[in-house]
Ligand binder design. Structure first.
Ligand code: F6P
Length: 406
């Protein structure tokens, strides 16, 4: 805990729709929970209240548009003043949430905020899919209501291009963390001053925070009865009643999205759960499709052993690294499953509960993301069909429990 005199300015930096606000809001919530008085000063919130000019059209962000640039500087200064007042009073951490991508803007911040150290947090996201989804979220804001969705997305992308024109990477600044906000990975850090709470901030930034992740394997299928791998089998009557039991079990917990694979068995497991909820969307993601068995797809384990003994023995010898001919292995699934987790977390980021309905191998990979396991142990993690994993991973609490639902 910093002493009352140890105060800090955190300045977000990054192009629009790179997850800055999500990061700083979560950071603020964590600090407040730990008794650290924190407030966010968001330039966009001031801008959105300003009615004299249309601030959603891209031209408002054109660096050549001098009156608009002056106005944006004015909003930024208003927030700097409020942040300074906050730290002069009881506040301990003041967060400036804005793009702050130009050197000029950062020089202004540094010239004004001289009383406490400044830590910049730059958010970078290079993933086009996530950028696309972020823009779709952004244009749902009331300020875009006067545009068609296509026009709003066009204006927003053009706005990003204007920001790129003035973008100057962090370099001469004294203290900064550059992070990949999709992967929660620190790409670069520099620290010339003593920054209160630094190790907690750093740890927070690299932690995947989830209050409740319900990780479920699809319920029983006809292929499961025969011990057949892959395919696109249907649920058995027992599988259907297990799915209904899941629906009843989760009826009182709010689930806004259920992420599944594209396979019928995971979607059919999700349907009775979604049906009982008031508003729940099933989102099938290819990233959560089961391991591709390639030439062995739809065979039983016994058939593989008899007809393709070399596959059987090579897989037995090193199950994690073995790749089915024409298919996948645990090792090659890692990247896509991680991307699925990132997408699901991103889309679900405003809710506490997140549900994923996957398959045996996929769920093992998801579990290994949260639960440290040696690679060779991952393909043997227990993933039953009559229980689910409940995972909590926040800075203050880690929980992994296998729960029965029936
Ligand atoms: O049998 C069900 C299944 O999901 C198959 O589709 C998949 O090939 C297999 O489990 C993965 O488990 P393992 O890696 O243990 O073979």
């Amino acid at each position: 805990m910093p002493t009352k005199d140890e105060k800090l300015y955190i300045v977000a930096m990054g192009l629009p729709a790179r997850g800055k606000s999500t990061v700083v809001i979560r950071l603020k919530d964590t600090f407040i929970k730990n008794g650290i008085t924190t407030r966010i000063f968001n330039n966009g919130n001031i801008r959105r209240k300003y009615r004299a000019m249309n601030t959603t059209i891209a031209e408002f962000y054109d660096p050549e548009n001098k009156p608009a640039a002056e106005l944006r500087k004015h909003f930024a200064l208003a927030n700097m003043k409020r942040a300074k007042d906050f730290l002069e009073g009881k506040g301990q951490v003041a967060v400036l949430d804005a793009t702050n991508v130009s050197r000029e803007r950062r020089e202004l911040i540094e010239a004004y905020l001289t009383d406490h150290p400044i830590l910049y947090i730059e958010c970078i996201n290079q993933d086009e899919d996530i950028l696309h989804l972020s823009i779709l979220e952004k244009i749902k804001l009331p300020e875009f209501a006067h545009f068609t969705p296509d026009d709003a997305a066009y204006e927003f992308r053009k706005r990003i291009e204007y920001y790129k024109m003035i973008y100057a990477p962090l370099h001469g600044e004294r203290n900064y963390i550059r992070m990949d906000s999709l992967y929660n990975r620190i790409l670069e850090e520099k620290l010339l001053d003593s920054i209160p709470l630094y190790s907690r901030i750093r740890d927070f930034l690299v932690t995947d925070v989830v209050k409740n992740l319900y990780l479920i394997r699809h319920t029983e299928t006809y292929f499961n009865l025969e011990d057949r791998i892959g395919g696109n089998s249907l649920l058995t009557p027992q599988g259907i009643s297990q799915a209904k039991a899941l629906g009843r079990f989760f009826a009182k917990r709010k689930i806004s999205y259920i992420f599944t694979s594209r396979k019928t068995r995971t979607i059919s497991t999700a349907e009775p759960i979604a049906d009982i909820q008031r508003a729940c969307t099933i989102i099938p993601l290819g990233e959560f499709d089961e391991i591709n068995g390639g030439c062995c797809d739809s065979m039983t384990y016994q058939e593989i052993k008899e007809k393709m003994p070399h596959v059987h023995s090579a897989r037995e010898a090193d199950k994690y690294h073995y790749v089915y001919p024409g298919g996948e292995g645990y090792v090659t699934m890692k990247k896509r499953v991680e991307m699925g987790i990132k997408k699901a977390f991103y889309l679900n980021r405003h809710a506490d509960n997140i549900m994923i309905i996957g398959h045996r191998a996929v769920n093992r990979m998801i579990l290994s993301h949260f639960l440290y396991r040696r690679e060779e142990d991952v393909p043997y993690i227990y993933v039953p069909q009559d229980k689910f994993y409940h995972i909590t991973a926040t800075q203050d609490r880690k929980l992994f429990e296998l729960q029965k639902f029936d």
